[in-house]
Each structure stands twice: as structure tokens, then as C-alpha cells.
Design a protein around this ligand. Structure first.
Ligand SMILES: [Zn+2]
Length: 82
């Protein structure tokens, strides 16, 4: 078996470039809800920090690859109810 470095394709929301980045380039933030679960990376083309929501499959793929993960479950405030 060959141990190729794991890379992920990501597309920039600013310049729309699609790039392949190492797992170190990604940060994953896992919140309580799907809207609060996202990954970020810095676009090598335009330098924008891109934030994209991450579905279950993406979360699994990123964590499985060793992407740094921050979990926001603790201390998260529930939405205010009027
Ligand atoms: Zn870009």
C-alpha cells in the first residue's frame, strides 16, 4: 500500500478557484446543529478565509484524515425564545 498524503478539494466562495489542500490547511468546527458545523481554509489564490458548512460525510472524511477539529457543544447558547 502506498501512503499518499491526503488532500481535499475545496472551492473558494470568493474567486471560485478549486484547489487541493493538505489536511493541515483545514480547520473543522463542529457545532450542535448542521448550520454551526463548518470547515475553514485559506484560499491560496486570493487569500480569503473561506468558511463552508460541512455535512456528516465531510465531517467524517475530515476527522478521519486528521483535520484539526474544534467542538462547540459546550458553552453554546441555545437560541433565545421570545
Ligand atoms: Zn479564492
Amino acid at each position: 500500500m502506498t501512503e499518499a498524503p491526503i488532500r481535499f478539494r475545496a472551492s473558494c466562495t470568493e474567486c471560485r478557484a478549486t484547489t487541493e489542500l493538505d489536511v493541515e490547511a483545514f480547520r473543522l468546527t463542529v457545532g450542535r446543529s448542521r448550520e454551526r458545523t463548518f470547515y475553514t481554509f485559506t484560499c491560496p489564490d486570493c487569500g480569503t478565509t473561506v468558511r463552508r458548512t460541512a455535512g456528516e460525510r465531510i465531517v467524517e472524511a475530515l476527522t478521519g484524515a486528521g483535520v484539526r477539529t474544534m467542538r462547540l457543544h459546550l458553552g453554546e447558547q441555545p437560541p433565545a425564545v421570545p
